[in-house]
Design a protein. Sequence first.
Length: 177
Amino acid sequence: MTGQLPSFIRRFGLALSILFDARLAGAVLKQTEGGGAEPASPQPEPQILLETTPDSALQLLGLLQLEGRLVDFLEEDVAQYADAEIGAAVRVVHEGCRKALRTHFTLAPIRQEAEGARVTLEPGFDASAIRPTGNLVGQPPFSGTLAHRGWRVTEVRLPKLASGHDVQVIAPAEVEL
């Protein structure tokens, strides 16, 4: 795969992983700021970073807001509510966001084994699809316990955008008359 750039789907999946996984975001930030640990093996070829536009991410955020009111929920100060009230709200957000996700994406697990199963990572495993964690020493094969099966987007069905549509407006203000 040397010389080939990752597909949009792969980059989008990585972006979502970074967005929803604070540990991964911290590791990426640490690497980009030059604070990462020295690799045990020779340096890989430097990756060429491409400029991206935020349109698809903003469109997805708008869909999650439209169906699940995700932004409203995340921007709400929930400290003032009882756990039962928060739980009821989470059910509504979960249902709507799940509907948006399933309407616009087809997902498949990266690993087929059940979480908790013992797995072996053979030499040449796809490091963009499988992230070893814990005490990583030496070269593959590595044996460990599957903590998360991972997700891969196999199909994207985002709606087409009308010319002039402002994707930065993810939820228009509502004025009741």
